[in-house]
Design a binder for this molecule. Sequence first.
Ligand code: TXA
Ligand code: MG
Length: 317
Amino acid sequence: MTVTTDVKRAVAALASGHLCAIPTETVYGLAANALDQSAVARVFQAKGRPVDHPLIVHVANLEQVSRWITHLPDWAQNLVAELWPGPLTLVGYRTKLATDAITGGQETVAVRIPSHPIAQQVLSELAAQGILGLVAPSANRFGHVSPTSANHVAIDLGEYLGAHGDLILDGGDCEVGLESTIVLATNEQPVILRLGAITAQDIVRITGIAVSEEVENLPRVSGALDSHYAPRAKVILLTDLLQAFSENSGLLALAEFATPAGVHRLAAPNSVTDYAHDLYTALRAGDDLNLGTIYVVPPLGAGLAQAITDRLERAAF
Ligand code: TXA
Ligand code: MG
């Protein structure tokens, strides 16, 4: 059986070079010992991910962060103090532990301390064995919707993981439902590389520095590809429900929008927070129903609503 709730078994599997999908507060990650070259290589293979797309290193604590990133500017230290553990990833200059396989050959490495208690437990127990971090991209096939439950992981990767004796650690549904906010922390100003639950407003409030919109030579972020986070169904974004709905279609919108006749309601979240939580499950449900089209009314506003809209635009591209 590939799926387990046994944390000790997951830790033993990771320590012996196996892959293990783990729950985090954002989405499930496909984890491997970051120091084990062949395990890291298998992460790319399992996902069908191009090898030049860098991975995030997940660590248990700040001492471990310093093993991967050489130094962080003061403003980034403020983010660390307030937001870690949590859904924030920082990209900093790498130490020599961060190999080209992890960074895609770049001089920077992405690191985060997840807050999910099970992820924390896995990372701490591995740290006690001298394993200084886990790479963990979202545990989906490359380009597909990120998984927010163990079942989503099993659907995307179960066959590969089962065939290789790898595991899925089931920790229930992910709380946030959207991938971490990624911030480039190599300059005097923060640059947001991927929107998430930590918003630009949070970053400005905590650092007291304006967030830079653009820098030259931005590092590669696969989640920033125009088409990403996509279900099989065609995704069409709407601002209201006046449009005619095609046959065999579904709707994702806040609860205040009624369901048109003959349309499958995929989710009716009551708040923007619930919208993020339900988003990927709804898109996957559309594929389970073999829908041709998923109509979506994105949430309005800044912050998390903007992060959701960003993902929806890429799903619709
Ligand atoms: O919430 C998350 O971040 C989840 C959970 C599992 O932690 N992980 C995740 O990983 O979303 P992944 O691999 O699906 O997305 C990581 C993103 C990619 O878009 C990658 O390009 C970017 O992080 N990234 C990694 N290292 C980078 C670097 N050195 N510079 C710029 N971007 C980097
Ligand atoms: Mg991903």
